[in-house]
Design a protein around this ligand. Sequence first.
Ligand SMILES: [Zn+2]
Ligand SMILES: [Zn+2]
Length: 267
Amino acid sequence: MLTDLHVHSNNSPDADSSVIEDCVSALEKHIGILAITDHCEIECFEKENYERAIKQSFFDVLRAKDVFAGRLEILQGIELGNMLSDLPKAKEVVHARPYDFVLGSLHCLKGMQDFYFLDYNKQEPKKLLATYFDEIEQMVDEGGFDVLAHLTYPLRYMNGEYHQNIDIKQYKEPITRIFKKIIQKGIGLEINTSGLRQAYGHCLPGLWTVSLYHDLGGEIITVGSDAHEKTQVGMHIFDGLRLAQKAGFSVVHVFRARKPFPVPIAL
Ligand SMILES: [Zn+2]
Ligand SMILES: [Zn+2]
């Protein structure tokens, strides 16, 4: 059984395909369980009218569940971005609807733009990364989400686009602290395969980091393509599963009604 637990529909401002198109693509790629996880960026919730988008996403998934019943299991997900900017709002969003699955993401540091927009020739990447792990830890302390999404996200740009060649191992200390906390809280770790189709060329996070999570006693892993259009659904999921296996895992997880269920890795 193949799973893709991170897929965007056109209810995300930066994605193109409808929920139905994503689901058709998932079926073509023999995905058995799919989570639609549209963006909800808390720092610009009012300004960019996310209320309307996440309501529509929820409705589109309800309809798709009906259309694909018996052929594809579709999970009601959401990617909660930058929750530290307004914790009460984040809590309100998550509890407003009966979600199966909540991804916790950090796309920008407090008061800054998305890492996507930064010029790393003008910034100090190491300082940014130290703050990044610091804010991830604060996010974990607050909790309220099921799985930590694309940890090491800034490397997609720092190493991928700007060839900064930053070695993640120098952040072992903060990452260890973060992993100990998510393990204790029952929060899982995502293997996000989007980096494989981009200049970065690696999963987010990569093998060293996922192995560290495993060796510290982490058990809950999800894999997701972070598809932003239908052709990307399920992309590199096998690579993500191979990485999980190499790190020592024999199962990945899906979430139903915010609870993890194991799915054996069969390669
Ligand atoms: Zn994201
Ligand atoms: Zn995403």
